[in-house]
Design a protein around this ligand. Sequence first.
Ligand SMILES: [Zn+2]
Length: 470
Amino acid sequence: MKRTARYESRPLNRGKRRLLLDLLDAFSRVKDLALSSLGRVTSWDYLDNPRALRDAMKSRYTPGVPVHLQDQAVFDAVATMRRFVDSCLARAHAKGRVFQRFDGVKRRYAFWLLKRYGHIGAVLRGEAPVPEHFVIAPAERKAVVRFVRRLIRNSLGSPPRMRSHRSMTLDSTLYRVFDHQGRAYVAIASLTKGKRLVLPLRGQGAIHGNIRVVWDPMRGTAVVHMPYEVRVPRKPAAAPAMAVDAGITEVLATNTGEKLGHGYGKLLERLTEQTTKTGKARNTLHQLAKKADATGDIAKASRIRRHNLGGKKLRKRHVQGEAAVKTLVGTAVRQALRTRPAAMVVEDLTHLRGRTKNRKLSRIVSRWARSVLRERLEFRTEAGGSRLETVNAAYTSQTCPVPTCGYVHKDNRHGDRFHCLHCGWDGDADVVAAMNLLSRRDDPELHLGTPKEQVKAILDARFRRRKETP
Ligand SMILES: [Zn+2]
């Protein structure tokens, strides 16, 4: 399982800053050049074969900049572009939709297309590549390509480019780590011959392998990100599958009726307030300082800047708020998984759905909180021998969980309570959502890619059928 360790440097002096910013600039220019060529779907074959792109780019490298550094920039561009395509496929629910739409050889062909970036590029150009290991008629190929092309094109945004020149990746040949008088340093070959950029680190750490060096202009430091593999002893699963609903007031509700992570909503509200209020207050102070500048009251302007606009306290409070959320989420997830279920069923946590919108929470905070929850769930399920499974969550909070009923109506839910308007069943709204998520796992018709309207139609039809058969 991959995790990232971060090592911050001490504040860099002017000379070191210059060396670092020059390096970042050279790196980013090559990366952007590679990205601009990868932005065209005609070059997506390179995403399957980064070395070929590197060879093609060599003639456009900047003279005087270490060739190996520029190679890294090209590989980094490929990684960025792959993530862009992957997230587009995920947004389009490409695999789910294809699975639903096709069967037999067409389905096989569609999955074959989605397996390689080069094929996806060909599809976007309207071509229908011929598979090597199985036979499919041209007309069938064209039908599949038409469908997949429309699917992908609709969720394809504009391809990534380099907006800021703030980070670079280095493999182990481009830097060296050493200790001097108990302090750790990272030395990087700079653009000036014979001169090294030496970053003094704050802590100790065994830095090795591929790293990313990120410039933090707010703090005037460089941060070294190092991915590493953690080996978690896997324990066998010990209980049947369960489901959790990601809440707003509490972190999680389980299908067995538990609510975990109390005080979550309050914590997120406070974090939102910190983010927005202090932001507004600081703007006002900036204006005051500027006004003082204009009237020639330099002493007042610098007083405001020094005492009211320092970033240290603000950052500290924010960091504490985030840490509190992380702790609460971590504890809730650990509790939910303590029985070690074979699978943990959740809704798709990569998107913010409408239901999660709480007027008191900013989108940035809710999105961040969901990513924390997802990361914890992924980590803990893997460590506990469970599988994290994502299901279609449409209407799970409005559907009556009683198997003989299943009535769907938005008025079944009143805030935190669920009350079925048809059979009168009562319960906690988030627990109901978790119960329904669990039954979606084995649902023969409702898949991850099933559109919302279709989910509603299927659920309504089932309810009508149940009413007709006494
Ligand atoms: Zn009911």
